[in-house]
Design a protein around this ligand. Structure first.
Ligand SMILES: Cc1ncc(COP(=O)(O)O)c(C=O)c1O
Length: 424
């Protein structure tokens, strides 16, 4: 048995995985075209590059009325505001996600209500959504996390029953489909990030897919410094402005994102082929649990790949297993911390109104959320998508490294105990 790299042995993989983002001559041509046009920014909205990109994006996802937005956080804030959700309203979000999913409702003035995830998929648990609904609930933001898609059938059923708005957080899920429908077109809104680590990127940027032209017009007004794009608002208020700010995406970013869409199908195919190969090999490693693949999730896309380890079989918690894998040359991390433990989202600290009738939903510090706690603090491991762009050898190296770490469970356990003792 070879010695772990973290304990001084040889790493399993010596060459780095491929870098991201990638570019070719088409990006340089697109950037040159925008530079020469003199129209670099996002005003007037939408410019020609923005229109072209949005058309391509809606085709990629298979529908929706798209609005180009500065990033994949304000997309959600804008969606809430376009749906008239704000002060005092409650928005249900899952505990396993990036902080943006809960920060966006706060930016709109609403209270994020953090609920537990499903143990088999790590996406929001529909039972937990039902349990968290109060008279103030106005929206749900399911997150299609890593390579998973939330149970959109159950979520839409609950939303229809309680008249709630659904904003799909699709920051990880460009190109993914549920029952053949593109994610982001199932709820009332789909929020996409184009930040540089995402599988479709323009450096920074975002797209908000809206279910109706009216919602898209409201959103366009909000992102365009409040210049109304909605004839109804203009009639009601008697002037051309709604409450908004400059949340526009630039022409330059839209031109680069359009080139990204041209490359996207080939990249998606490559990741899909590699993931099938990887899942077969991974399922044979002791102590590894793959997340459930729901048959309704008809097209997968891979921003990251999440799986769970059994800490007792690896002799260590996920954090130490990740450190060992990193030393073996595998880019991975423990995923997002459990959001109900962030100080930022404690309503008593942010001085948001806490309805006394429902203390259990708002005292996050005391909320158990056992599945998210177990996943985010003990067992989840997230592997970077670059692993899927290095051919079969890239997958073989990852699986070999994981096997090596597991076979060295006793050594890792002893080392982990020492590291913890050193940290006091
Ligand atoms: C799940 C999720 N939602 C939202 C965002 C926010 O996207 P952006 O960085 O473009 O604001 C991210 C970004 O990483 C994310 O991972």
């Amino acid at each position: 048995m070879s010695k772990l790299a973290i304990l001084g042995g040889e790493p399993t993989r010596k060459e780095p995985y491929p870098a991201w983002p990638v570019h070719d001559e088409r990006d340089i041509e697109a950037a040159t075209r925008v530079i020469k046009s003199g129209n670099w920014g996002g005003y007037p909205y939408p410019g020609p590059e923005t229109r072209r990109f949005l058309k391509m994006f809606a085709e990629l996802q298979g529908g929706g009325y798209p609005v180009a937005v500065a990033n994949g956080t304000v997309t959600m804030e804008v969606a809430l505001r376009a749906a008239n959700i704000g002060w005092g309203d409650e928005v249900i979000v899952p505990a396993a996600t990036f902080q943006a999913t809960a920060a966006a409702p706060m930016a709109a003035g609403a209270i994020p209500v953090i609920v537990d995830i499903d143990p088999e998929t790590y996406t929001i648990d529909p039972k937990a959504i039902r349990a968290a609904i109060t008279v103030k609930t106005r929206a749900i933001i399911p997150v299609h996390l890593a390579a998973q898609v939330a149970d959109m059938d159950a979520i839409m059923e609950i939303a229809e029953e309680h008249n709630l708005i659904v904003i799909e957080d699709c920051a990880h899920a460009h190109g993914a489909k549920w029952r053949g429908r593109g994610v982001g077109t199932i709820g009332h809104f789909g929020s996409f990030s184009l930040q540089s680590s995402k599988i479709l990127t323009s450096g920074e940027g975002g797209v908000l897919l809206c279910r109706t032209p009216e919602l898209a017009a409201r959103a366009a007004g909000i992102i365009n410094c409040g210049r109304s794009h909605d004839p109804k608002t203009m009639q009601e208020t008697g002037d051309n402005y709604v409450f908004g700010a400059n949340y526009r995406m630039s022409e330059m970013a839209c031109a680069l994102a359009a080139v990204g869409i041209e490359r996207f199908p080939e990249q998606a195919k490559q990741r899909e082929e590699m993931i099938n190969y990887m899942e077969e090999s991974l399922s044979e490693v002791p102590g590894v649990r793959l997340l459930k693949r729901d048959p309704r999730h008809t097209t997968r896309s891979f921003y990251q790949f999440l799986f769970a380890i059994e800490p007792q079989v690896f002799g260590a918690e996920h954090e130490e297993v990740c450190a060992a894998l990193d030393a073996e040359g595998i880019p991975c991390d423990t995923g997002y911390p459990a959001m109900h433990h962030y100080k930022l989202f404690q309503p008593q600290l942010s001085k948001l109104a806490v309805p006394s009738a429902f203390p259990e939903y708002f005292n996050f510090a005391e909320m158990a959320l056992p599945v998210a706690t177990q996943a985010c603090e003990h067992e989840a491991i997230s592997v970077e998508e670059s692993v899927f762009r290095a051919g079969p050898q890239g997958i073989d190296d990852f699986v070999a490294a994981l096997r090596k770490v597991q076979e060295n469970a006793a050594e890792l356990k002893a080392a982990a105990e020492q590291w913890r003792a050193d940290q006091g």
